[in-house]
Every structure is written in structure tokens, then in C-alpha cells.
Ligand binder design. Structure first.
Ligand code: NAG
Length: 369
């Protein structure tokens, strides 16, 4: 072998050994292009979170971007407008960003997490193609100005565990496909303008533990199937236009601890089972609930909050309430209750406000009968 060829081999090997790792680490050009298009549709004037988005290796210290270590495909976009990051501390402010979510992110088809949260000013729609991201587990767009509908095919996201679209301006109804999200654990749609009814087969969401729909424009009834969600611990349907009765089966749910139904158009009676279920926070205030408070309290009854105010409840406060293990905050005001408030130490911490504006309640802490 001639020395010149030998030298060439040495130089070549050396060049490969320094260039190869750089190539292996770089994100694929298509992911790079998608991220640059995503960035181009946004404007973040105060913090400079996108200043690090330069060069061709999006997997290398780009703020908020994480790549899969083996494939080098973009796996996470995590941009939070409220953060402890030094960037925020230096700027002494929370984030603000305008613009919209470019459909280019749908080309990042290895994405597991999309968190673009609390930027206050991002508007536009959720790109419908987001439903085609087969590995998406976490979609969090809370705290923006996002409008339009929840993508109709959202149910395609079989791996989705968290869907947080709260505090936006979403309209339209909840897609029926939502009930195909069989991995979903946390659903938060609070504070939007979502209308229509809850999906009838919402009970298919076997893994769901928190379902929060407060402050929308939902109509129709509470689907009976909701009580078949074994893991559901927190259900918030408050401040909607939901009508019909509270399904009796809701009092038999294994781990339901918080049930907020306040500020709706519910009618019918309070199911007897609700009074001795595992529910510890119950708010059915501001509905049209009628009948008597069920006389079914027992040692299983442990209420940190029981707010039944502003309904059409009649009759006396049931005697069994004195056998509840605990009743913390109680509000029975603004009903048509009548008769003697049961004796006992259970209400020592309660004042007259808990019982005011009824037809003819009497006894401690109100006036003697
Ligand atoms: C129950 O709901 C009503 C109506 O939305 C609200 O005003 C009240 O503060 C709630 N009660 C408690 C104890 O949180």
C-alpha cells in the first residue's frame, strides 16, 4: 500500500469518526422542517423561548424539544407559559404567545406529548390532523384562546391518556368518537363554550379518573353509562345546561369522591344512594331538584362539602344525618325545608347560614321551634 493511499484512509477514517456521531444525533430534516413551520406560526415576544431553535439538530438543546434517544425523532413538545425555568425568572413574567398551532406538527408522527399550555394568546383551531398522531399520549393546550371544534376523529388517538383543552374558546359538541379513547385517564374541557350532549357511551372510557366539563354549554341528560366508569373519582359537570335526573347508579360508584353538578337544570330527586356513598364533595346547588333529602345517611357518609342550596327540596332534614361520620361544609339554604333541625353535635360548627331561606326550619342554630 502506498503511503499516500494509507494517509487517505487515515484521514477518511478520522473524518468519519468525527462526523458520524453528529449525523446520528441530528434530527431528521423532515422533523426539522416541521418544527420550523410550527415556530413560524407563533410569536413569543418576551422570553425568547425559540432563540435556541437554531442550527439543524433539533434534538440538541432546543428549548422544550425532546427526541427519542434511539430514533432521534421528535417525541415531545413541552412549552409551558407558566414555569419555574430560569428564562421566566430572568424575564420576571409569565409567558405570552400569539399565533396558532401549525398543522405542520402532524408531520412529527412520533410525538408522544404536545404541551403548549398557558400562553394566553394562542388562537386558531386545533389542527384536525392531530388525530393522526399514532403515539400521542398527552395533549395539553390549556389556557389559550383556541377556538373551533375538538377534532372529530380524536377517538383515533388510542394511546391518549391526558386530554386537557380547558380555558380556551372551543365551540361545537364533544365528538362521539371521544368514547373510543380507552386509555384516557384525565379529561379536562372546563371553561370553553362546548355545546351538545355528553357522549351516550362515555362509559367506554374505562381508565378515566377525572372528567371535568365545568362551565360550558352542555345540554341533555347525564348518561347512565357514566356510572360504569370504575376508576372515576372526580366528575365536574357544573355550570352547564344539563337536565333530567341524577342517575341513581352514581351513588354506587366505587371511587367517586367529588361530584359537582351545581348550576344546571337538573330535576327529580336526590338518589338515596348518594347520601351513603364514598362521595365526600357533593355540590348540586342551583338546580331544580325536588322531593326530600333522603333519610339514608350512615357511618359511610363522610362529607367535606355538601351543598344542596338553591333547589326545591321539601320536608324535614332527615334524622339520619346525625349518624354521618362527618359533615364539614353544609349548605341547605334557599330550599323549602321545614321542621326541627335534628339535635346533636354534628352541626356545632355550622351557623345559621347553612339553613337560611327555607320555609320553616327551626331549632339550633336557628330560632327555637
Ligand atoms: C356549589 O356550587 C355553587 C354554584 O355553582 C357555588 O356558588 C358554591 O360555591 C359551591 N359550593 C361550594 C361549597 O363550593
Amino acid at each position: 500500500m502506498s503511503t499516500s493511499l494509507w494517509r487517505k484512509i487515515v484521514v477518511f477514517t478520522f473524518a468519519v469518526s468525527i462526523l458520524l456521531p453528529a449525523n446520528v444525533n441530528a434530527c431528521p430534516p423532515s422533523d426539522l422542517a416541521a418544527l420550523l413551520a410550527f415556530k413560524a406560526a407563533l410569536r413569543e415576544p418576551y422570553l425568547g423561548i425559540f432563540n435556541s431553535w437554531t442550527g439543524t439538530d433539533c434534538c440538541n438543546k432546543w428549548y422544550g424539544i425532546t427526541c427519542d434517544p434511539s430514533t432521534k425523532r421528535v417525541a415531545d413538545i413541552a412549552l409551558r407559559g407558566e414555569s419555574e425555568d430560569p428564562l421566566f425568572q430572568k424575564a420576571k413574567r409569565t409567558g405570552y404567545m400569539t399565533g396558532s398551532l401549525s398543522p405542520a406538527i402532524c408531520k412529527l408522527d412520533r410525538l408522544a406529548n404536545i404541551i403548549v399550555a398557558d400562553w394566553k394568546g394562542i388562537s386558531g383551531i386545533i389542527p384536525p390532523c392531530i388525530s393522526n398522531l399514532p403515539f400521542l399520549r398527552h395533549l395539553d393546550l390549556v389556557g389559550n384562546q383556541i377556538s373551533g371544534q375538538i377534532p372529530l376523529d380524536i377517538g383515533n388517538l388510542h394511546q391518549l391518556t391526558v386530554l386537557n383543552l380547558a380555558d380556551n374558546k372551543l365551540t361545537g359538541s364533544i365528538p362521539t368518537s371521544l368514547s373510543s379513547l380507552t386509555s384516557l385517564m384525565h379529561l379536562d374541557l372546563r371553561n370553553n363554550m362546548i355545546s351538545g350532549t355528553l357522549p351516550q357511551n362515555i362509559g367506554n372510557l374505562r381508565m378515566l379518573s377525572r372528567a371535568l366539563f365545568s362551565n360550558n354549554r352542555l345540554t341533555g341528560q347525564i348518561p347512565e353509562s357514566i356510572s360504569s366508569i370504575y376508576r372515576l373519582s372526580d366528575l365536574d359537570l357544573s355550570l352547564n345546561r344539563i337536565s333530567g335526573a341524577i342517575p341513581a347508579s352514581m351513588g354506587k360508584m366505587a371511587v367517586l369522591a367529588t361530584l359537582n353538578l351545581d348550576g344546571n337544570l337538573l330535576t327529580g330527586k336526590i338518589p338515596a344512594s348518594l347520601m351513603h356513598s364514598g362521595i365526600s364533595i357533593l355540590n348540586v346547588s342551583k338546580n331544580n331538584i325536588e322531593g326530600m333529602i333522603p333519610d339514608t345517611f350512615g357511618t359511610k357518609s363522610y362529607f367535606m362539602v355538601m351543598d344542596l342550596s338553591y333547589n326545591k327540596l321539601r320536608g324535614a332534614i332527615p334524622k339520619s344525618i346525625t349518624s354521618a361520620s362527618y359533615v364539614g361544609h353544609l349548605d341547605l339554604s334557599h330550599n323549602h325545608l321545614c321542621g326541627k333541625i335534628p339535635d346533636g353535635s354534628w352541626f356545632d360548627h355550622l351557623d345559621a347560614d347553612s339553613f337560611s331561606y327555607n320555609d320553616c326550619l327551626c331549632g339550633k342554630p336557628l330560632k327555637a321551634c
